[in-house]
Ligand binder design. Structure first.
Ligand code: HEM
Length: 216
């Protein structure tokens, strides 16, 4: 017997959180498997370069937080993805770096961060969906960071760096990440491609920072 119910499954867009995970899986693998990451995890990367990586991450977080903060607040579902106060992580990076003796105010953008800042002009009438995609990457990185935190703390204990940035949420990590994914899935389909574009740009930034620091 044939059903008279139309099959709409083929036209349903994939939930955005799943689409982001699927379509950035390759970029995630590249970031995770970058030789600099392996050197960091084993402590073979000199502390100066490790702090250089952390410093550029600080600038990336700070730039993104400020760009999101400048966007006008609307009733668009995208606004649900603005970070709450404890979702701002640049100050954790700043205090970790200061504890390791870095002059945080004097950190200069390297080529990768400078390029992002110069080339990106967000929408001015609402929160740019690309910024939300960038936030997906930095927020999502708390998943892996929590796992690698003990290794990095051990490897760089000599810097006195407490690395609080790597585990900002403790035991609430999982529920927070589930809530973040649920909020992503409320974003209107017409914004999905732009969110994905922003996520890809942020993964490239992380990769390019690692590349810059790998140059002799
Ligand atoms: C050695 C380095 C890394 C390891 C071992 C690692 C590991 C992981 C793991 C295990 C998850 C899955 C968590 C889960 O779904 O239960 C995850 C998710 C994620 N990681 Fe990483 N990661 C690393 C580096 C990075 C970097 C450098 C970034 C970007 C800054 C990043 C961004 C993300 C994102 C966005 C997700 C969320 C994926 C999703 O569920 O949509 N990770 N990571």
């Amino acid at each position: 017997m044939t059903s008279t119910t139309p099959d709409t499954s083929a036209t349903e867009p994939m939930p955005l959180a799943d689409r982001l995970k699927t379509e950035t899986a390759e970029a995630h693998l590249q970031a995770e498997k970058h030789p600099l990451m392996a050197q960091m995890l084993s402590g073979r990367l000199p502390a100066e370069q490790f702090l250089g990586y952390y410093s550029q991450l600080y600038l990336a977080h700070q730039w993104l937080e400020q760009a999101i903060g400048r966007a006008p607040v609307t009733s668009d579902p995208l606004d649900m993805l603005r970070p709450t106060d404890d979702g701002h992580h640049s100050h954790l990076l700043a205090s970790d770096l200061a504890a390791a003796g870095v002059n945080v105010a004097g950190i200069m953008p390297g080529p990768a961060v400078a390029n992002l800042i110069a080339s990106f002009s967000p929408l001015s009438d609402r929160l740019d969906p690309q910024l939300v995609g960038m936030r997906y990457v930095l927020e999502g990185s708390t998943n892996g960071n929590r796992m690698i935190a003990p290794h990095l703390r051990k490897a760089y204990a000599s810097t006195g760096n407490p690395l609080t940035y790597l585990d900002p949420y403790g035991e609430s990590q999982r529920p927070r990440w589930q809530a973040f994914r649920a909020a992503l899935n409320t974003i209107k389909p017409q914004d999905h491609d732009a969110v994905l574009k922003g996520a890809t740009a942020m993964f490239h930034l992380i990769h390019d920072i690692a590349q810059d620091l790998s140059k002799p």
